[in-house]
Write a protein that binds this ligand. Structure first.
Ligand code: NAD
Length: 503
């Protein structure tokens, strides 16, 4: 049972293996989105704290025990991290329910699955291999070293704080990097609990994982700009991602960006209708629509449009709104007040553009299971792909239904968007499934499923949805760099003014 004690809890942040307040002594409140009440105080870090944290991470990378830890030993620590998460999964999940308003059912699934990332990348740590190259010169022995990039800055959003940190932390530690994490100012508590229960107990040396809590402009910017940070891994909105990319470019940092989406969920008339209806509901109403991969554009083949909408509305209207801490709740609160206002404004925009609201369309009142920040699951039909409600990320439980005639038109609509994060396709035709998978411009295509993720499958965006990939073997590459070593075992000499080529 979730403890909703009303007395404010005070957190410190974790830098260089020690618990500390912000250097300025400032704090800020974090809110329970279900009650709308503040429940904890967090250190408001700024550039001074960022400098201390980055220096600790830099020392941790250059000196001390971490650079001397073998890859196999890194793997063992990571398996210990996985076990500690298993041990504390329930508590970590409950803190996220309190701080973020995520459903307890979703958090049980997420925290149960998170250890897999540490087992998987822990197993990969001692399989990072360089190569010997039979270079085109006599008497040479050439090889390639694979080295960690250095200090990594992670900047994460509020919607899945622990899971999205895990996607970065596991490959970074496996590669041998050190880390400074700036979580979202709306949802930092679960990360601090993770530091206390997992990282501090894992055997990681001080300075390997550090946290600076605080606001984007005050703590995030100096972290991205810091000259000793070698790589920035960012998850958040596309506009913030562009700013982070611009800042990081000034000091030539490596960057990975996981950004927004406006993913098409495409339903053909040869699909299993009930599966597709459930997939459409899951695509947009799970996690209250606050997911980057939300299937927020439902593309329906015109031959099944009316029948599908009827079934969809029938299922969506049964969604149970309420306390996210109760297992029977299916739609929880919106996490932040600005996000709540933004969703309501997009509902007005859609109406103003002439879309037809066939379900929901506003705030949910107390008697409907709602409360302060609840929005009713909302469906608009008659949407054209050029409308703002079809082009812009709402990040809430608002679905735009768009009709299409055939495969070509479905592809044209699906790809006519700035984003390219995910896409769903519902069909029983194998040929159509493969054709659509090839033609859709998105980092993930789900056929007859939606919102499935795994530590084994690369995840990331095309176009404005981002740069680089998380998860899978590929993700570890983002935390490594190659060094080419040339050893001449033969005679020196030759013309010193001419480049040494294979002649
Ligand atoms: P946001 O962009 O507002 O904030 C993300 C993080 O960036 C926060 O920690 C914030 O404090 C920080 N930040 C803000 N301004 C900054 C600056 N100038 N310099 C450095 N850091 C700064 O995003 P949000 O509202 O927290 O999250 C929602 C967005 O995240 C949505 O657009 C969603 O699609 C996206 N998202 C993407 C993925 C993905 O994997 N592609 C996953 C989850 C969320």
């Amino acid at each position: 049972m979730l403890d909703r004690t009303t007395q404010l809890k005070s957190y410190q942040t974790y830098i260089d293996g020690r618990w500390t307040d912000a250097a300025s002594g400032k704090t800020f409140q974090t809110f329970d989105p279900y009650t709308g009440q503040p429940w904890a105080l967090l250190p408001e870090c700024d550039k001074v704290d960022v400098d201390i944290a980055v220096e600790a991470a830099f020392r941790g990378f250059e000196n001390g025990p971490w650079p001397k830890t073998t890859a196999s030993a890194r793997g063992k620590i990571m398996r210990r991290i996985a076990q500690l998460i298993e041990q504390h999964a329930e508590h970590l999940g409950q803190v996220e329910v309190r701080d973020n308003g995520k459903l307890i059912s979703e958090m049980v699934a997420q925290t149960k699955y998170m250890p897999e990332w540490f087992y998987y990348y822990g197993g990969l740590a001692d399989k990072i291999q360089g190569a010997v190259v039979a270079v085109d010169r006599p008497d040479h022995f050439n090889y390639i070293l694979r080295e960690p990039v250095g200090v990594c800055a992670f900047i994460t959003p509020w919607n899945s704080p622990l899971m999205l940190t895990t996607w970065k932390l596991a490959p970074a530690l496996a590669a041998g990097c050190t880390v400074v994490i700036k979580p979202s100012e709306y949802t930092s508590a679960s990360l601090l609990e993770f530091m206390k229960l997992v990282i501090a107990e894992s055997g990681l040396p001080p300075g390997v994982v550090n946290v600076v809590t605080g606001y984007g402009a005050v703590a995030g910017e100096p972290l991205v700009a810091h000259p000793k940070v070698a790589k920035v891994a960012f998850t958040g909105g596309s506009a913030t991602g562009a700013r982070v990319n611009e800042l990081a470019a000034k000091t030539f940092k490596k960057v990975s960006l996981e950004l927004g989406g406006k993913s098409p969920n495409i339903v053909f008339d040869d699909c299993i209708i009930d599966d597709a209806v459930s997939g459409a509901v899951s695509g947009i109403f799970a996690a209250t629509g606050q997911t980057c991969i939300a299937g927020s554009r439902l593309l329906l083949q015109e031959t099944i449009h009316d029948q599908f909408v009827e079934k969809l509305v029938g299922m969506a209207k049964t969604a149970k709104l309420g306390d996210p801490a109760l297992t029977e709740t299916q739609v929880g609160p919106v996490t932040t007040p600005p996000q709540y206002q933004k969703i309501l404004s997009y509902i007005d925009i859609a109406r103003g553009e002439g879309a037809k609201c066939v379900l929901g369309g506003g705030a949910a009142q107390k008697e409907e299971g709602g409360g302060q920040y609840f929005i009713k699951p909302t469906i608009f039909t008659g949407v054209s792909n050029r409308m703002r409600i079809a082009q812009e990320e709402v990040f809430g439980p608002v679905l735009s239904v768009i009709k299409f005639k055939d495969e070509d038109e479905a592809i044209e609509i699906a790809n006519d968007i700035a984003y390219g994060l995910g896409a769903g396709v519902w069909t029983q035709s194998l040929k159509r499934a493969h054709t659509m998978a090839r033609r859709i411009k998105a980092g993930t295509v789900w056929i007859n499923t939606y919102r499935a993720v795994s530590f084994m499958m690369p995840f990331g965006g095309y176009k404005a949805s981002g740069l680089g990939r998380e998860n899978g073997v590929e993700a570890i590459e983002g935390y490594l760099q190659s060094k080419s070593v040339w050893i001449n075992n033969g005679p020196g000499g030759g013309n010193p003014f001419v480049m040494k080529t294979a002649s």
